[in-house]
Design a protein around this ligand. Structure first.
Ligand SMILES: [Zn+2]
Ligand SMILES: [Zn+2]
Length: 366
C-alpha cells in the first residue's frame, strides 16, 4: 500500500500560460528520493517549452533549475538522507553506459531525463488521474517532486536555496562552458554574445579563469551594465557589426567566443569574431530544426574550432559541490544574478518579465 502526497505544481498543457494545480505524487520507489523544493530558477529553456519550440510530453510540471531538502528516500538510496540540502540536475546520469563509466556523464546515453521519465521509465506524478511529466525529470516548479537519487546532489546547508537552484542550470552551464569545455587560460581574450542569465554565468566563469579582455555583447544597455559588474572589461552594443567592434578592442580577434542566446544568426557570426586558432563555443540552444550556415573553408583555413557545449559538460556530483564552495568562498557572485523573486502562484508573471526582456534571473521561492 503506497500513499500519495498531494502537492502543487506549475503545469504546461500546451498554452504559454501555466496552471498552478494540485499534483498527486507517489512515494519515492527504489533508488528515488522526494524533495521539498525551496527554489526554482526561471530559465530560457522553460520558455522554449512554453513557446512550443521544443516538444515535451504533457501535462508537464515545469522547472529544471531547482534546489530543496530531501524529505523522503526510497529503498536502496545510499548517497542521500532526509534533511540533506540538494541541487537538482536536469540530466541525471544512468551510471552504467560507456560514457558514464568513462566519467563523461554529460553525454550519458542511458539517461531518460529528456523523456521526462525516471530510470525505471515511470513518472511519479499525476493530475486528475492522468500521468504528468516533470520537465527533464526535475519539475522544480512544484512544492515537492520525486526524482532519481542521482538527480540530486548534496551541498552545504549554508548555501541559500535560490543560489543553489541557479547552480543546477545557468551556473553549471555557463561556468562549465568556460572551465570544462573551452578550458580558458589566464590572459586569453573572450567575447560573450548575450548577457542574460547564462551569458552572465559565462562572464563569471571567465573572470574566475582570469580571461582578459572579456567583451560582453548585447543589444540592451541594462544587460551590459550588469555584465560589467560580473567582470566584463568591455561592453559592446552591437548587431551585425560585432566582428568589427571586437577587433577594435582586440585587433586580431578574440581567442574565444561564446554564444549564450541560441539565435542561429549570432551563432553563425561567432567565427568572424575570432582570431586564427580561436574557438567558438555554442552554449545557447536554438529552436529545433534551425540549421546554422558556417563558412567551413574559413573555419578550416584559419584553424578555428567549433565546440558544442551541453550543460557545460557538467558532472553534477563533482561540479555542484565545487560551484557551491566557490560561491561560499566569494569567488562566484551568484546571488547578484538573482534580480526578482516570485511565489509559485505568480509563475506567469515571472515568464512575462522574461518576455519583457528583464535582466538577471527570476527565482520562484517555495
Ligand atoms: Zn536551464
Ligand atoms: Zn550513462
Amino acid at each position: 500500500m503506497t500513499s500519495t502526497l498531494i502537492t502543487r505544481g506549475a503545469l504546461f498543457t500546451g498554452s504559454d500560460r501555466l496552471e498552478v494545480r494540485d499534483v498527486a505524487l507517489r512515494e519515492p520507489g527504489r533508488g528515488e528520493v522526494r524533495i521539498r523544493i525551496r527554489a526554482s530558477g526561471v530559465c530560457g529553456s522553460d520558455r522554449h517549452v512554453l513557446e512550443g519550440d521544443w516538444q515535451m510530453p504533457t501535462p508537464t510540471i515545469m522547472g529544471h533549475e531547482g534546489a530543496g531538502i530531501i524529505d523522503a528516500v526510497g529503498d536502496g538510496v545510499t548517497s542521500l538522507e532526509v534533511g540533506d540540502h540538494v541541487i537538482m540536475t536536469w540530466f541525471y546520469p544512468c551510471g552504467t553506459c560507456t560514457s558514464c563509466r568513462q566519467g563523461r556523464t554529460w553525454v550519458c546515453t542511458g539517461s531518460r531525463s529528456e523523456e521526462c521519465l525516471l530510470p525505471d521509465g515511470t513518472t511519479p506524478a499525476a493530475v486528475d488521474g492522468q500521468a504528468a511529466y516533470p520537465y527533464l525529470a526535475v519539475g522544480s516548479m512544484s512544492e515537492h517532486i520525486v526524482v532519481a537519487e542521482q538527480a540530486a546532489v548534496r551541498v552545504p546547508q549554508d548555501v541559500p536555496f535560490d543560489v543553489a537552484a541557479l547552480i543546477g542550470c545557468s551556473i553549471a552551464t555557463g561556468v562549465g562552458a568556460v572551465v570544462n569545455d573551452a578550458r580558458v587560460q589566464p590572459g586569453r581574450s573572450a567575447v560573450v554574445i548575450g548577457a542574460g542569465g547564462v551569458g552572465l554565468s559565462i562572464i563569471m566563469g571567465l573572470a574566475l579563469a582570469g580571461a582578459s579582455p572579456i567583451i560582453a555583447a548585447d543589444l540592451n544597455e541594462e544587460a551590459l551594465e550588469l555584465a560589467r559588474t560580473f567582470g566584463a572589461t568591455h561592453t559592446v552594443r552591437s548587431g551585425h557589426d560585432l566582428p568589427d567592434l571586437v577587433r577594435q578592442i582586440t585587433p586580431e580577434g578574440a581567442d574565444f567566443a561564446f554564444e549564450a542566446i541560441g539565435r542561429p544568426e549570432t551563432i553563425a557570426m561567432m567565427p568572424e569574431t575570432l582570431q586564427r586558432g580561436g574557438s567558438a563555443v555554442i552554449v545557447g540552444l536554438p529552436p529545433q530544426g534551425r540549421p546554422v550556415p558556417i563558412d567551413a573553408l574559413a573555419l578550416a583555413e584559419e584553424g578555428k574550432t567549433l565546440i558544442g557545449s551541453n550543460y557545460g559538460s557538467t558532472v553534477p556530483a563533482r561540479d555542484f559541490p565545487m560551484l557551491a564552495q566557490l560561491y561560499l568562498d566569494g569567488k562566484l557572485p551568484i546571488d547578484r544574478l538573482i534580480t526578482n523573486r516570485f511565489a509559485l502562484d505568480d509563475v506567469n508573471a515571472a515568464f512575462d518579465l522574461m518576455r519583457a526582456g528583464a535582466k538577471g534571473r527570476s527565482v520562484l521561492v517555495m
